[in-house]
Design a protein around this ligand. Structure first.
Ligand SMILES: O=C([O-])CC(=O)C(=O)O
Ligand SMILES: [Mg+2]
Length: 288
């Protein structure tokens, strides 16, 4: 299968002894840049999916079809393995199964299913969680939905910042028992919390946003953390760059005086222009 080697690369990160930072990717250009810079993995966050596809905040308005199509565009553009934030799996456990099928065929290397109640419930300002039992059902359905056994399925919980670290551990152990490949935690606030999780579980750990005391990569590697997210600055930087450029043009700056534009060489690399030229020569009979 064409995507298997991507999935095996993600698996080798999880079974290795280092901790890596993924590149934040969200479209064909960003994944190629992350690949060219040597990131071992791309992270396609739900928040950036919402922003890139809809221009929305992270409030679960994006559909599974839209998410999967964006993943498919990235899979086509590059071979970098991508871990997809599949949120709550777009519904109940049966929807989770379908989500896994769609993301698998779209070329994801791995995906996370979380136990957050999404979309937010009526009248509840604070984040809520589904029950542990429903979370377990979702993990089982995710595993059942996979047809390529190399696709990585991660169980994710944000319980540490919603209920308690004890609840996060209880949930992680229950998800671990379903046979998921890794555990993904958000809301871990201290080394003591991380160490309690490490002592109570055995699977590779992925950390979402974490405070400064958790930012030493060697320390994380020693705690069985294999992937540590660093947020999604690239799409924020792209927003600023588009803003500055459009503003300058709107204010009358001539295009040739614009600042911050990519060199022709960078643009050509991002477009994989040499490959396109070679194909044109080969298939269209064009002269080089
Ligand atoms: O998975 C991540 O990168 C963090 C997250 O939930 C999001 O950005 O939606
Ligand atoms: Mg998310």
């Amino acid at each position: 299968m064409a995507f298997r080697s991507r999935r095996e690369k993600l698996r080798s990160i999880l079974t290795g002894s280092a901790c890596v930072h993924p590149g934040s990717v969200y479209d064909a250009i960003s994944i190629r840049i992350a690949e060219d810079l040597g990131f071992p993995l791309g992270m396609f966050g739900g928040s950036v999916a919402s922003l890139a596809v809809l221009g929305d905040p992270d409030v679960t308005l994006i559909t599974l079809t839209e998410l999967a199509e964006q993943m498919r565009r990235m899979s086509r553009a590059a071979t970098l393995p991508v871990l997809v934030d599949a949120d709550h799996g777009y519904g109940n456990a049966l929807n989770v199964r379908r989500t896994v099928q769609e993301l698998e065929t779209a070329g994801a290397a791995g995906l996370t299913i979380e136990d957050t109640l999404l979309p937010a419930a009526f009248g509840e300002a604070k984040t809520q969680l589904i029950s542990l039992e429903e979370g377990v059902g979702k993990m089982k359905a995710a595993l059942d939905g996979r047809s390529d056994p190399s696709l990585v399925i991660m169980g994710r919980t944000g319980a540490a910042s919603v209920t308690s670290i004890e609840d996060a551990i209880r949930r992680a152990r229950a998800y671990e028992a379903t046979g998921v490949d890794a555990l993904f935690f958000t809301g871990i606030k201290s080394r003591a919390e991380l160490e309690a999780i490490v002592a109570a579980t055995r699977l590779p750990i992925v950390l979402g946003g974490a405070p400064d005391e958790l930012n030493a990569i060697d320390y994380l590697a020693n705690q069985r953390v294999r992937i540590a997210l660093q947020g999604h600055a690239p799409i924020a930087a792209a927003t600023q760059a588009v803003y500055e450029t459009q503003k300058a043009l709107r204010e009358g700056t001539p295009p040739k005086n614009l600042k911050g534009l990519p060199s022709p060489d960078l643009t050509s690399r991002v477009m994989r222009e040499a490959d396109v030229k070679a194909r044109s020569a080969g298939f269209l009979g064009l002269k080089k």
